[in-house]
Design a protein around this ligand. Structure first.
Ligand SMILES: O=P(O)(O)OC[C@H]1O[C@H](O)[C@H](O)[C@@H](O)[C@@H]1O
Length: 555
């Protein structure tokens, strides 16, 4: 079955396939959702759709369904502020934020072709680079729903100091987006910053169309009114109790695939309008579904030829999703990628509509799978472990061996005694993979711009293992697939890469530096994974230039 469930207008969209051609199961799942009036109840914010245990959380998390309407007043406010800032010569926008507070603006600005600097790291070299680039023309948006995320707080402190050191009043340059009553709101008001309050009845990963998505994107020059129009256009379709509803169909496909053990979702980009969409969807899906030993693992690949995406080498536990642009009315550029026997779904719609569609589909999949799509029970555990390390608690890890410029650490119980080379340690880690269900997660706590070449290890390891491989930049992935790795099925093996920076950087008025914080995040998350019995290998390089040695082993 291949279908076009809903055609909007503009010929940009996605296709999704999976190799579990049980049309009867699919049809009866969709029909069941229609009988239960799931779509209209979702539109009416019915918090009982995910079972009794989820009711409390869901009752506080459903306002995203009506954001295309309720966010409308922001458009004029943001447009006016952009004009005011431009008049003052402030043309560069940098966003400080993690997870749901940064991934949507990144994709919205990417689609609009406007520049937005995204600082979503605690790597000192990365942070320093953001501070040094055109500071005189920079306005900084500090976005945190909770107001308590340590990465974002540290980034804000670093920018405040940089502005002050340059003789610039931070109050002229810092714009805060947060929830009402957060500690960030209080400190920002005290400091005289401009503050945009977001809707607190929307969770971070569903906040694309709130102030979190719209303020930085609008200030950077994206047409946020059009984005809301796109979402508004698909809303009635998504809230209709119909077997043609693409939200129900996509959610059902993801849900029944998952129940059948097809639990990895490979997200590929075919064109510029959706650059970054995979990373946004990754966080939405991984945090919403990866818990209670279940979930969908998003695997973001950056090329259509990636081994996890290619129809000849993808694995039977993968659903393939492709985002791209249609070649005008002549058909989609990617139509040749249909697997012969699988079945799929195709939705043509613009970015705003796609965001709302995937949010609907994710919560529908949550209902089919039987999980609460609104909590993230395992994100906190890594934060607590890194806090303990920074507070001087916990024990500093002991290396297993040193191989040239690489110091090697391993969780207990799997690395053969006497292993003495990085190559042998990596081989031993990969031997821990289950052939039918396993996956490799590469987690690089480095500078994602400077060290971008390391991401090539993803495809190389996918070829070498014949299994799905994810690649995440720390600490960014901790707010995305991090939930799945700790809360989802225990099928992953974990390869962490850390390193000494060119130079460390103090976090102003905090008792730790950026590098100490980043290291504590890696060690803390590794510890939580190890405590769950998962194999974790950490390769620590002496200097950025020594990364070549790691790349060679992983190539
Ligand atoms: O916006 P913040 O409160 O700073 O949170 C940033 C991110 O933190 C955690 O990882 C949550 O699980 C995410 O859903 C959230 O988007």
């Amino acid at each position: 079955m291949s279908e076009t469930a809903w055609n909007a207008v503009d010929g940009a969209g996605f296709e999704l396939f999976f190799d579990y051609p049980d049309e009867a199961a699919f049809a009866s799942t969709v029909a069941g959702l229609v009988v239960d009036r799931v779509a209209s109840r979702l539109g009416a914010r019915d918090h009982t759709l995910w079972g009794a245990a989820a009711e409390d959380e869901a009752s506080k998390r459903l306002s995203w369904v009506s954001l295309p309407t309720t966010s409308r007043p922001l458009v004029a406010e943001v447009t006016a502020l952009r004009a005011e800032l431009a008049a003052a010569g402030l043309t560069k926008v940098v966003l400080c934020g993690m997870g749901g507070s940064s991934l949507a603006p990144e994709v919205i600005c990417g689609a609009a072709g406007v520049e937005l600097g995204v600082l979503d790291s605690s790597d000192p070299d990365f942070v320093r680079q953001a501070l040094e680039d055109r500071l005189g023309a920079t306005v900084v948006v500090v976005s945190s729903k909770s107001g308590g995320t340590v990465e974002t707080d540290s980034q804000r402190r670093a920018f405040e100091k940089a502005f002050t050191d340059a003789g610039i009043d931070p109050a002229e340059r810092i714009v805060v987006v947060t929830d009402p009553g957060s500690p960030l709101e209080e400190s920002a008001r005290g400091a005289g910053y401009r503050v945009f309050l977001a809707d607190p009845a929307v969770g971070g990963r569903y906040s694309a169309l709130t102030a979190f998505g719209l303020v930085p994107s609008g200030l950077a020059g994206a047409d946020i009114g059009a984005l809301l129009d796109e979402a508004e256009a698909i809303r009635p379709v998504l809230e209709s109790d119909s077997v043609d509803n693409p939200g129900l169909r996509l959610g059902s496909l993801l849900g029944i695939a998952n129940l059948a053990g097809v639990d990895k979702l490979v997200l590929a980009n075919a064109g510029a309008p959706f650059a970054g969409f995979g990373d946004w969807a990754e966080q939405l899906i991984a945090e919403s579904t990866g818990k209670d030993g279940r979930g969908i693992l998003p695997v973001v690949v950056d090329a259509l030829g990636s081994p996890n995406f290619s129809t000849s080498t993808s694995t039977s536990d993968e659903v393939l999703a492709l985002f791209g642009t249609a070649g005008g009315s002549s058909g989609k550029v990617f139509s040749s990628l249909h697997p012969a026997s699988g079945f799929g779904l195709s939705v043509d719609a613009a970015l705003g509509a796609q965001m709302l569609l995937w949010e609907h589909a994710t919560v529908v999949a949550g209902r089919v799978i039987g999980i609460n799509p609104f909590d993230q029970p395992d994100v906190e555990s890594a934060k607590a472990a890194s806090r303990e390390l920074l507070d001087g608690g916990g024990s500093a890890p002991t290396p297993v061996f040193v191989d040239g410029p690489v110091t090697v650490y391993a969780s207990p119980g799997w690395l053969p005694e006497g292993t003495s080379t990085v190559a042998d340690a990596v081989t031993a880690l990969l031997l821990q993979l289950d052939d039918a269900t396993g996956y490799v997660a590469v987690q690089a706590y480095l500078d994602r711009h400077r060290d971008a070449a390391l991401a090539g290890a993803r495809d190389a390891l996918a070829v070498r293992t014949g299994r799905p491989v994810t690649f995440g930049w720390g600490p960014r992935f901790l707010h995305s697939t991090g939930q799945y790795h700790k809360g989802g099925p225990a099928t992953g093996v974990y390869l962490q890469v850390t390193g000494q920076p060119v130079a460390d950087l103090a976090v102003p008025d905090r008792p730790f530096t950026f590098h100490e914080f980043l290291t504590a995040q890696a060690v803390g998350d590794g510890q939580v994974l190890a405590d769950k019995g998962r194999p974790v290998l950490r390769l620590h390089v002496n200097a950025p230039s020594d990364l070549a040695a790691v790349r060679e082993v992983l190539a």
